[in-house]
Ligand binder design. Structure first.
Ligand code: COA
Length: 160
């Protein structure tokens, strides 16, 4: 698996960057919603936390998590899951997705020190990102939600 030598960071999206973020494209299609849809949804879901992914100063992707602790009436035991993750087609396989997901996991550990599991889900079939998640320690839970396989990361295990 590639390790990038560039510095990957997660940055808030601004009026200047929202259009470039919306123009990023995921390949193959069908595994993640367009970023414009995700950003629109985020504005109606207080549980959404989203950032642009940069490699050094270059915009390369987008990530969004679902954090029920951000709801106006958060549950006693919040759940946190990866909602969207994409790296632009021309920047794939440089290690940016893995580096960005590690930063997201650090963010979740920092904001939820007692949380046990961090979830993701993915569409099965050719081109599925499931091996990508498994390489970071996510394990298939056996559940299928709306046709998507649910995977969980044990946050008490050391990060990979
Ligand atoms: C999945 C995605 C975010 C991974 O980001 P990335 O920057 O390309 O991944 P990285 O370079 O950090 O890691 C790549 C490694 O992860 C694995 N990997 C990444 N994407 C994979 C895929 N679709 N299928 C199988 N393995 C994959 C491989 O082991 C790969 O290493 P290799 O090229 O040496 O074999 C990106 O490919 C993407 O945006 N895909 C389309 C949208 C998508 O599926 N999003 C996830 C929705 S649940």
């Amino acid at each position: 698996m590639p390790e990038t030598t560039r510095t990957v960071s997660l940055r808030e999206i601004t009026a200047d960057t929202v259009i470039p973020v919306c123009k990023l494209t995921a390949e193959p299609p069908g595994f993640v919603a367009p970023n414009a849809i995700s950003i629109a949804q985020a504005h109606f879901h207080p549980n959404a936390w989203f950032r642009a992914i940069y490699a050094d100063e270059e915009l390369v992707g987008f990530v969004m998590i679902d954090d029920s602790a951000l709801l106006p009436e958060p549950p006693a035991e919040p759940e946190v899951g990866l909602w969207r993750l994409m790296v632009d087609a021309k920047h794939k396989r440089h290690g940016y997705g893995r580096a960005a997901l590690r930063l997201v996991i650090e963010h979740v550990r920092r904001t939820h020190p007692t949380l046990e599991r961090f979830y993701t889900s993915c569409v099965p079939g050719p081109g599925t990102p499931r091996p990508f998640y498994e390489s970071l320690g996510f394990v298939f839970t056996g559940d299928v939600d709306n046709g998507e396989e649910v995977l969980a990361l044990d946050l008490h295990q050391p990060a990979r």
